[in-house]
Each structure stands twice: as C-alpha cells, then as structure tokens.
Design a protein around this ligand. Structure first.
Ligand code: CA
Length: 231
C-alpha cells in the first residue's frame, strides 16, 4: 500500500494549525483537503471522499462531534479528533460519535503523523471475513465491525475498539496483560493506559448489557483484561 494516494480532510478553524498540518502531511505525500467549519467539512467530505479525517472539536459553526456523527451516517472513513480539553468525558463522547482516535493539543507533529498512519494501516488490514462473536445477548459481526444487542439496535465498533476485541478474543478466557494489548493495538512504543481504559469503557458500553458490571470484558486488577465469551 502506498500512502501517497491518501486524501486527508482537515477540519480546523485555526489557520496556523491548518498550515502546520498542510505542511506536515503534504511533505509526507498526503493530499490535504482543508475546511474551516463543520459545514464546509461535510461538503468537502462528500465531494472528495477522504481516506482519513483530522477534526478539531471546537469549530465556529458546530462542534467536531457533529461532523463525526454526520459523517458516520454514510462513511466509515477513520477520524482522529484534535482536542484542546483533555477530559475523559469529551473523549468518550468522541468515540461514541464514531471517532477512532484522539490527540490532545498541543500535539507533536511526528506523533500525529504516526497515529494517522497507524489508523490507516489498521483500516487497511482489518479482517474482511464474516465471523460472528456471541457475547451473551450481543452478537458481533467481526467483518463489518458491528454489534447487535437484544433490541436489534446496531452499534458500530471503531477500528481501535475492534483491534482490542480481536486481541482479547485471540486469548479468550485468559488474561491479556495491559502491555500486550497496548503493544498489539497501538504499537511498540505506546504506553497510554488511560486511552486503553477509555476504549475498554466504550467497548463495554457497546457490548455489555450492564457496562458497570461487565460479564464478558473483565478487569483483572493491576494485570490486564480477560474476555469471557460464554457464561
Ligand atoms: Ca478550534
């Protein structure tokens, strides 16, 4: 796969950051499509069909989550959120809206580039097979990355949530240490335990009947997580 073909939509109202991102990604062979408002971002996404989007949370017309929600009604293109506020609640809302990753401002350019590439790699490598995992009343189509609960309502898993689930599934029944999940899902140099916790919480909300008392994605305190497929 060549990264030179990738179209990157940048939805950001700060002209300084737009310029930095354009210089950064242009130099790496991306085609950068800028938009300074949510409304323009949606129009650009519709006409350019980006492969990946970087979206600021604080936009002048609507917030970045509104962009993600609207995009998700017709596109699975991965979205990385830029956030000035590091609150857990904001991140969870971003994941629930369908974002795939977030990075806090001020960000480091090499890290943003690495995360963007990692998202693209995951999307490209994701398993196209049509396997189904049953967790109690929830069935998960691992090929489509969609979970369906008792009510029949469909919940989409983000690429990172899907990777974490695949990782736990590979060792189903056994504890998978935090460091192994981080290495497998984020790469060898990542140690953001908080991000892992946020994603586990988000997965439980989508897959568990009672996310507060999970029966399938279990915490092994101080060690890691364990997937229990059968009760
Ligand atoms: Ca802003």
């Amino acid at each position: 796969m060549t990264l030179a073909m990738h179209r990157l939509l940048v939805v950001e109202d700060d002209p300084g950051i737009r310029k930095v991102l354009r210089l950064l990604f242009d130099g790496e062979g991306f085609r950068v499509i800028p938009a300074e408002t949510c409304a323009l971002g949606i129009r650009q996404a519709q006409s350019h069909r980006p492969d990946v989007c970087i979206v600021d949370l604080g936009l002048p017309d609507r917030d970045g989550l509104a962009f993600v929600r609207e995009l998700r009604t017709w596109s699975a293109a991965p979205v990385l959120i830029l956030t000035a506020c590091g609150e857990e609640g904001q991140r969870l809302s971003a994941f629930e809206a369908g974002a795939d990753d977030y990075i806090a401002k001020p960000f480091s350019c090499p890290e943003l580039l690495a995360r963007t590439r990692a998202i693209l790699r995951r999307v490209t490598l994701r398993d196209p097979g049509a396997r189904t995992l049953k967790l109690g009343a929830t069935s998960i189509d691992l090929g489509r990355r969609v979970a369906r609960g008792r009510s029949g309502e469909e919940k989409r898993l983000t690429p990172l949530e899907h990777r974490i689930l695949e990782c736990l599934l590979r060792y189903a029944g056994d504890v998978v240490p935090h460091r192994d999940i981080l290495r497998e899902v984020w790469g060898p140099h990542h140690s953001d335990m908080r991000a892992l916790r946020v994603y586990i919480t988000s997965l439980r909300r989508k897959l568990e009947i009672d996310p507060v008392q999970p029966r399938h994605i279990l915490t092994e305190p101080g060690i890691g997580y364990r997937l229990v497929a059968e009760q």
